[in-house]
Design a protein around this ligand. Structure first.
Ligand SMILES: [Zn+2]
Ligand SMILES: [Zn+2]
Length: 87
């Protein structure tokens, strides 16, 4: 099963947000991001990752994911790092 997209399609012009360097394939998406997401309104930033939320209950829902998997994820990440260094 060897197939791939034609090379031509890979060349897509991306629009990069000047504030947070996110990239969007359509300019309208970037404009919406700048208007609604990037540096606008109250920002509730997750203390465990870079994600930000417009509403506090969204952040709360998101942070549950971190607290739920926190111990496991940390251990797995450490092990992966150790293993890759050892070899
Ligand atoms: Zn941005
Ligand atoms: Zn997070």
């Amino acid at each position: 099963m060897i197939w791939g997209p034609p090379q031509v399609n890979i060349e897509v012009q991306l629009h990069t947000c000047p504030k947070c360097a996110r990239t969007y394939s359509h300019k309208c998406n970037l404009m919406r991001h700048l208007r609604l997401e990037c540096g606008v309104g109250p920002r509730f930033q997750c203390s465990s990752c870079e994600k930000r939320f417009k509403h506090r209950h969204h952040l709360r829902d998101h942070e549950k994911l971190h607290t739920h998997h926190w111990g496991l994820d940390t251990h797995m990440n450490l092990q992966v790092k150790k293993n890759s260094i050892k070899s």
